[in-house]
Structures are given as structure tokens and as C-alpha cells.
Design a protein around this ligand. Structure first.
Ligand SMILES: [Zn+2]
Length: 206
């Protein structure tokens, strides 16, 4: 480094030399900028991508696994809660004993998706289910998504939606005992077990 610095200093002592030094510095700065810009830009892009990545509460995660026109109401791995049928919750006096749906959980704020295509017939507080969406799929088949976070609903009554449409966020509203999704199936108005129904669609529940 000694010789170039000395040469630059010597050059800088003359008017023409100063111009040469300044020109060289400008060239150096330009070259550095051209080389470094992509290196700086890539990490920034990576940071932006990470900021919008799945995991943050109430953001849309990857689309759930699907089979035909239907899919799971949660994307990815989930914990199984109560299944359909007689299933009291210990320590919860207000919880139903005869469970009319299938409970599954990813955590408070996880996105809940429509399991099948249809028309939204409920979007809001519903009986003991708290913040709820119900979808009429035709053929006397309705699915219900209960206990979602207040103010998290992304669909409105009357909307025609497809499977995988984000409905809202997993929560603990209504007669609920911890954040979970209560996924319910009704055939001609009567609750039916979701497990065989989903399995027949190629979407077995745990
Ligand atoms: Zn339930």
C-alpha cells in the first residue's frame, strides 16, 4: 500500500495530479458500487421475503394440502384435539360433552381455510361457536369453522368461495378452552363425523 499511497500523494500535489487522483477515486467508487450493489440488494430482498414469510400471526401460510376440489382447513402439521362424539373436556364445565365436530390446532392466529367450494352462509358470532364461518357446499352439506379470533374473518355472507380460501384466524372465542379450530360437518342440518367424510375425499384426519 505504501507505494501507491505515496504516488497518489505526490500526484495530489500538482493540479493535473489532483484531477487524476479524483478521477481514479471516482472510477474506483463506481466500480465498487457496481460490484457491491447486487451483494447489498440480495440480502435486502432476502430480508423482505423473510418478513412476509409464514409463521407471523394471522398471515396466510402456504396453501393447505388438497385432493380434488377439497383441502384441509389448516395448512401443514396440526395437533388433534377432540374427535367427533362423546368427549367431555376435563376442567371445562361449559364445554359440550357430546362433541359435534373435530378439533385441530396449529396455534392462536394460524390461518383457517375453506375445506371445500361453496357459499358463505355465516360470518360472525354464531351460537356457542364464537366467531364462525359456515359454508354451504350444496347436496345438503355444510361445513363450520368455529372459535376464530374476533376481527379476523376475511369472507362475508353470500360470497362464493373455493377450497383453500382463507377464512380467518384460529382463536378461542365462544365456548372454547384454548385456541383451536372446531371443524364441523352437517348433513341435512345434522352434525356428522368429519373424519370419514374427509377420508372419503382423500384427506384423512388424524
Ligand atoms: Zn370442537
Amino acid at each position: 500500500m505504501g507505494a501507491p499511497v505515496l504516488a497518489a500523494t505526490t500526484l495530489a500535489n500538482t493540479r493535473t495530479g489532483r484531477k487524476i487522483v479524483i478521477g481514479a477515486l471516482l472510477l474506483f467508487a463506481l466500480a465498487t458500487g457496481l460490484v457491491l450493489t447486487p451483494l447489498i440488494a440480495i440480502p435486502l430482498a432476502a430480508v423482505r421475503a423473510a418478513a412476509s414469510a409464514p409463521g407471523a400471526a394471522t398471515t396466510t401460510t402456504a396453501a393447505p394440502a388438497a385432493s380434488g376440489a377439497w383441502g384441509y382447513p389448516l395448512a401443514g402439521a396440526y395437533s388433534k384435539g377432540r374427535g367427533f362424539g362423546y368427549n367431555p373436556v376435563s376442567g371445562c364445565s361449559y364445554c359440550s360433552t357430546d362433541h359435534q365436530g373435530y378439533d385441530m390446532a396449529q396455534g392462536c392466529g394460524a390461518t383457517v381455510y375453506a375445506a371445500g367450494p361453496g357459499r358463505v352462509i355465516t360470518a360472525g358470532n354464531y351460537q356457542g361457536y364464537g366467531n364462525t364461518v359456515r359454508i354451504d357446499h350444496g347436496n345438503d352439506t355444510v361445513t363450520l369453522y368455529g372459535h376464530m379470533l374476533w376481527d379476523s374473518l376475511r369472507v362475508a355472507v353470500g360470497e362464493e368461495i373455493t377450497a383453500g380460501t382463507p377464512l380467518g384466524a384460529e382463536g378461542n372465542t365462544g365456548r372454547s378452552f384454548g385456541c383451536h379450530l372446531h371443524f364441523e360437518l352437517r348433513k341435512s342440518g345434522t352434525p356428522a363425523p368429519p373424519e370419514p367424510f374427509m377420508a372419503a375425499l382423500g384427506l384423512p384426519l388424524k
